[in-house]
Design a protein around this ligand. Sequence first.
Ligand code: FAD
Length: 589
Amino acid sequence: MQTYTAPLRDMRFVLHELHPAKPLPGTEDFTPDLLDSVLEEAGKFCAEILLPLNAPGDEEGCHYENGVVRTPKGFKEAYKAFSEAGWGALNADPQYGGQGLPETVAKLVEEMICACNISFGLYPGLSHGAYVALKSHGSEELKDFYLPKLVSGEWSGTMCLTEAHCGTDLGLLRTKAAPQENGSYTLNGSKIFISAGEHDMAENIIHLVLARLPDAPPGIKGISLFLVPKFLPDANGKPGQRNGVSCAAIEHKMGIKASATCQINFDDAKGFLVGAAHKGMQAMFVMMNSERLSVGTQGLGIGEAAYQGAVAYAKDRLQGRSLAGAKYPEKPADPIIVHPDIRRNLMTMRAYNEGCRALGIWVAGVMDIAERSEDPKEKAEAEEFIAIITPVVKALFTDLGFESANLAVQTYGGHGYIRDHGMEQLVRDSRIAMIYEGTNGIQALDLVGRKLPANMGRGLRRFFHPLAAFIEAEQTHPKIGKMVQGFARAFGALQLATGFIAERGLKDAEEAGAAATDYLRLFGLVALGFMWMRTAKIAAEASGDEEFYTAKLATARFFVERILPQAGALLFTIKSGKGAMMALEDSAF
Ligand SMILES: Cc1cc2nc3c(=O)[nH]c(=O)nc-3n(C[C@H](O)[C@H](O)[C@H](O)COP(=O)(O)OP(=O)(O)OC[C@H]3O[C@@H](n4cnc5c(N)ncnc54)[C@H](O)[C@@H]3O)c2cc1C
């Protein structure tokens, strides 16, 4: 059985020591003690309510019958408890019934939810994405009517983009919306793969749907966003008449089996325009960016669950003797944690998770600035940073989460491959995060093709500047100087790779495409490296809590010595260009 204890000490470290929050409007009442107690309670809720449903939910899956979807046993009750306790409303605006807590704390809670039950987390996660899109692009009327219900969890949300013939290339989508005299729209079309598209946990479902108006220009520029409720609300705001929205089927899939993945048909469904006509992608991007950061958090959550499982097993499982001589001679064999190869697994997972947590909370803190700052310049800079880092967080965290799940299975040996310990479920559940919300390959293209060149590279410089300043200041630090020099080499590789792509990619877009995935990994490793360097500096200069800070220093060293050197190989690969990759004709495959 999988177990989970929220890593509260590390969460407090990233929240208070590594990224102490800037005082921002609306956060005055949130003392560190209050934030800590939110994290503590969330950890209990996730471990006691969500985790016990994870394996049974995977075993049972969702049920479909005549358009009705039932979630696995216990999910409905857990969702009710979750909503009543306000876990879905943490970072929502108090104007709509939210608690107005910082994004940083919400992200840490999200990590706990994903570590315990990623399938469950998708339901409130999609609602939050719908909340974000509606809040930034909906009319006041739509916001006042729908946001409080989404925030309370009484109603849930979806995002309906994908159609059978179009996933990545949304310019191909065919769902149609016809304007009506009363100002509403009639939607017709069919969407596939819609998470939380139909279920039995909330009394109404609010679909955010991409569709085309009759006068829409072709391609991506002709897409509009609509709000389409499952039940049309009556005059009292209660779910009234059933709208023309139905679930035709649910998917049978590799993982996240307790998350209903639905085919949703719109047959003369009544909808309402969100934002301007033909500007749906702009509005949906708000939701997609919020979801991309959340999907990154899914990777981290799974990575943490994998690490905790692997550590427990490695301390318990007796096989072989330490190469340095028996460590536990009183036992028939040593626990496998003595073996260097098992240590490699555990340290890799630990370095990924703690690094990703630090980076994720850095980004969340910048999101708080973008949301709450009253200084337009500061807000704009925050938004530029978020734009460049979002594809990195999404792709890097989910790649590493999957890698960690695999390392956990490896640590368990055959006992990881069988179902009893929950490790194989982590591999299956984490795999989708590399695909949905734009595949990781598409994230890499977004980084290289859109985000790097945006505003003449200003966003990139904003990311590079603090790294360069840190290296300059700390490379001769008596305790961490050597590590900082290792980090500087990786940063140098990233700068060279950036220059190479800027030059070659400008002349030949295929060159940029060929480099993109390796470049995103290099960028991500350097971003994690920066987090590890800042962590190491705090740890080297800290007093007290020796065990914690010693472990931080050791893990930082592991990251620099055993993971970060991949930067050199990635630079080499990137510089080899597209030649070998594109050499064969299509017919040769
Ligand atoms: C379990 C699950 C839940 C989902 N939930 C939702 C949801 O709630 N709402 C929703 O709208 N969708 C959802 N999706 C759909 C998901 O977002 C898409 O599957 C994903 O975006 C990829 O689209 P596709 O499957 O059509 O693959 P395709 O677009 O056909 O891509 C196939 C491959 O080609 C690559 N590729 C495509 N175009 C390019 C290009 N221009 N350059 C380089 N490589 C390219 C891709 O990276 C991928 O590797 C879900 C999917 C699943 C499986």
